[in-house]
Write a protein that binds this ligand. Structure first.
Ligand code: ZN
Length: 395
């Protein structure tokens, strides 16, 4: 049809064609610019995080930093799913705190770590059932010696001290029980850092009613409530922890979950100033410390920039999608929740954004405020502190 008109208006088609070509050229240039644009340096915040966001090989907001996750719980058989997650969300290395003990799981966790080509470190886990028989401190210390020879990097103490594990006399073994001293001294001598979980969010000591700010979480996990007669108070447990840290100046002790006291940054700061052997990780507490004033938290992370390790408290199972994002319900999280978990965490540390959703709303229905840390502080938080403190080889 166009050609039929060409003969009738010989002068018109050429300028039109040139205009069309210029127009198409401009669109082409625009497309090239979009496709080759460098990644956004900070967290991309405007687009909704759907499952599609995770389908590209590296998620945009995770780029720009190398990370070590200093606090994760891996199942044996989780490696394929784990490696995919690490590549998507910007992890060079991950620390498996659920290694178990020699002859009871540790071998399998270390074998999995070997198969990761240096991307996993494994910590031995304290076996609380040993406490029933006297001499538990020495026996566990001997296990730690073996675990070290086998390749374990450190030692993890779950929250059973003072809350769940009975000693030979049937009474709870407190965090500062002298019978545990050989464990702490052995780890210090062997250069194995200890990560220790003491107490839990303060809200778990309040009645588990709808008025509790963590009601949803406590409803999903009724056993996490410590609103029971005879339970040690939150303050008493934190005091036990402090006496423990003070007793072993030559042992590196990492208080998980923001030093187990995200509600009280002043307490954590005081301990970090007083005890040079004390460190903290950030796992599962961004929602909690993220609601303090951002200026105050920014100052905290800058003052203690050499003492804080980035951790997630991620649980990774063998089946695809079998994940726990620090805290969760009975069902595995849908893909959008996985994206939100990492996006909100990185947004907290890397941007000055205010009033956005926390990584894990099940931990409380409030929003958080970003602290926009300087690049060199982020590099220490995300990678260099864990590398130094946990003895992780350069990646
Ligand atoms: Zn954990």
């Amino acid at each position: 049809m166009g050609r039929a008109n060409d003969g009738m208006r010989p002068k018109r088609p050429w300028p039109l064609l040139i205009m069309v070509l210029i127009f198409l050229g401009l669109i082409g240039v625009l497309l090239v610019l979009i496709v080759t644009a460098p990644p956004t340096p900070s967290v991309e915040v405007s687009a909704g995080a759907g499952p599609d966001a995770a389908s590209s090989k590296t998620v945009d907001f995770a780029r720009g930093f190398k990370r070590i996750d200093a606090h994760a719980h891996l199942s044996v058989g989780s490696l394929p799913q784990l490696v995919e997650l690490m590549d998507l969300y910007g992890f060079a290395h991950i620390v498996d705190l659920s290694g178990g003990i020699p002859d009871h799981g540790l071998e399998a966790h270390l074998t999995q770590a070997m198969a990761s080509h240096g991307r996993i470190s494994v910590f031995m886990t304290l076996p609380g059932r040993e406490f029933r028989v006297p001499g538990y401190g020495q026996r566990i210390a001997a296990m730690i010696e073996r675990a070290k020879q086998m390749g374990a990097k450190g030692f993890k103490i779950p929250k059973g001290l003072g809350l769940g594990w009975d000693g030979p006399d049937g009474k709870l073994v407190p965090v500062d029980d002298p019978g545990l001293d050989p464990i702490f001294e052995t780890c210090g001598r062997l250069g194995m850092p200890i990560t220790i979980h003491t107490a839990d969010p303060k809200a778990f000591w309040q009645p588990p009613t709808p008025a509790n700010e963590r009601y949803e979480e406590l409803s999903a996990h009724p056993g996490w409530s410590f609103y029971k007669a005879g339970t040690a108070s939150w303050e008493e447990l934190l005091d036990q922890l402090e006496r423990r840290v003070a007793r072993h100046p030559n042992t590196t002790i990492i208080g998980v979950h923001f030093g187990n006291a995200a509600e009280e940054p002043e307490r954590v700061a005081r301990m970090l100033r007083k005890y040079p052997n004390y460190y903290i990780d950030t796992s599962a507490r961004v929602p909690e410390f993220g609601r303090h004033p951002p200026d105050k938290m920014r100052a905290f992370f800058i003052e203690f920039q050499d003492r804080i390790l980035y951790g997630t408290d991620l649980g990774v199972g063998p089946e695809p999608g079998d994940l726990v994002l620090g805290s969760g319900g009975d069902e595995p999280p849908p893909p959008a929740e996985v994206v939100r978990f990492f996006r909100s965490t990185y947004r907290y540390f890397q941007t000055p954004d205010l009033n956005f959703e926390s990584p894990t709303p099940i931990q409380g229905k409030w929003n958080i405020n970003g602290i926009n840390l300087p690049k060199e502080v982020l590099e220490k938080l995300y990678f260099r502190n864990a590398q130094r403190v946990m003895g992780i080889p350069a990646q």
